[in-house]
Design a protein around this ligand. Sequence first.
Ligand code: PNS
Length: 162
Amino acid sequence: MVRAVCPGSFDPVTYGHLDIIERSVAMFDSVIVAVGSNVAKNALFTPAERVEMLTEVCAGWPSVAVTQFSGLLVDFCRAQGAAVISKGLRSGDVEFELAMAQMNRRLTEVDTVLLPTAAHWSYVSSSLVREVAGLGGDIDAFLPPPVAERTRRRVGERLSPS
Ligand code: PNS
């Protein structure tokens, strides 16, 4: 049985992430979607909120579990019995992702599968979606409906705190 971890910030989860999770589901017996819990200063959602949204949108895949992690990703993988890290790769990310994959393998033998992002999602990132949402743009093409709704609401709260 091969278990893979799909790690990320998922702030918020996009259709690009879901494409990688779906392809990982097809390749591995079990998939843990792992939300990094290092709180970035400009994060839109807390790690717990991201887990909640991911759990909702991944509900159709019985082999997927969603959880937070902190500390080294490879320590989390070992603790979960996962031999593989499965991640999406955009063209601009190659050097950084390669270095992380090599470092993670050097640390623990946990290997990384880098899946080329689907061409039609290659320009989509959580940070760009946050920026578009913050400036009032339409984000419905990039996020599942419940995530888009929560993103709009959170951006609105940030812009006009009560
Ligand atoms: O969606 P992101 O922001 O690209 O996700 C980054 C994440 C959480 C996967 C990455 O920062 C990570 O692996 N953090 C855990 C800390 C760690 O193991 N650092 C060493 C990397 S070689």
